[in-house]
Design a protein around this ligand. Structure first.
Ligand code: NAD
Length: 265
């Protein structure tokens, strides 16, 4: 399992870093001594957050591969390297399947899933070219492994992030690449602007929105607490970062339901 123990001289890029969990991760990385770039579609938000926490701001739209490639180039031009990439930008409307529009579904997949694919496609070759490797953290969600009402689009996007992350990790291992780590962040509830931002989406319909109800009862963590967990995972090489131990039973119950399929044949 690959990990990073020295952060001095390392450069980290955190997408969706203007707000919420991305900001918490950026703050924790800055405290390690790394240089941190926060990249966000909310350019003013990124600038304001960067000033507050001591990061460098960039604008990016993670749904657009050219925009992500331009981000990578501008970081390489200014800082000369990238070591850690946190593909965290995401959106989270919770809408029942019969109510969710195809437009909403595509919006969620474009940002959450394609944003992560665009980030990995763009940055993985850069990390592989480093003498001392690098690390990728992809923000999924507990919803990737515990389905609940309203998670058809959101959960699908997060399960897809888990799948692509696992696949790339297996492929890197198979080709003998032992200096790139990959972690998948699986938070339950964390303080952020996810609800307000989901309501700004094109075609938002207050009648079908159920974004405030989450599927598993859990504590609401501060984003910075999650940031510290992410840094710990980069140090230890922990693949799956579960933020709320009390959600373990829900994960186990769903896995047990899947395994029960073997017993009914
Ligand atoms: N808050 C939670 O309880 C929770 C739980 C599980 C997973 N997550 C995940 O955590 C991640 C961060 O969400 P958050 O809760 O901090 O929400 P947030 O809304 O506070 O932050 C998300 C950030 O992503 C940015 N963003 C949105 N679309 C973008 C795009 N196309 N390109 C670049 N940036 C974009 C937003 O401007 C915002 O700054 C998301 O992937 C979310 O699904 C959150």
């Amino acid at each position: 399992m690959s990990s990073i123990d020295t952060f001095e001289g390392r450069v980290a890029v955190v997408t969706g870093g203007a707000s919420g969990i991305g900001r918490g991760i950026a703050e924790a990385l800055i405290d390690t001594g790394a240089t941190v770039v926060i990249a966000d579609v909310n350019e003013d938000g990124a600038k304001a957050t960067a000033t507050e926490i001591g990061a460098i701001a960039r604008s990016v739209d993670v749904t657009n591969i050219e925009s992500v490639e331009a981000l990578a180039q501008s970081v390489l031009d200014e800082l000369g390297r990238v070591d850690i990439v946190v593909n965290n930008a995401g959106v989270g409307p919770l809408i029942e399947f019969e109510e969710v529009t195809l437009k909403d579904f595509r919006w969620v997949m474009d940002i959450n899933f394609w944003g992560v694919v665009n980030g990995m496609k763009t940055f993985l070759p850069t990390l592989k070219a480093n003498d001392n490797g690098g690390y990728i953290v992809n923000t999924a969600s507990l919803a990737a492994v515990v389905p609940g009402p309203g998670t058809a689009a959101y959960g699908a996007s997060k399960a897809a992030i888990l799948s692509v992350s696992d696949t790339v990790a297996i492929e890197l291992e198979a080709d003998g690449t032992d200096n790139i780590g990959i972690s998948v962040l699986m938070p339950a509830m964390v303080k952020s602007n996810i609800t307000e931002n989901a309501r700004k989406r094109p075609g938002f319909d207050a009648k079908t929105d159920d974004t405030e109800s989450f599927q598993v009862e859990s504590r609401v963590l501060e984003a910075r607490e999650v940031g510290d967990m992410v840094v710990d995972a980069i140090r230890s090489g922990n693949r799956y970062i579960f933020t709320h131990p009390e959600t373990r039973e829900a994960v186990a119950a769903h896995q047990a339901d899947i395994l029960a399929g073997f017993d009914q044949q």
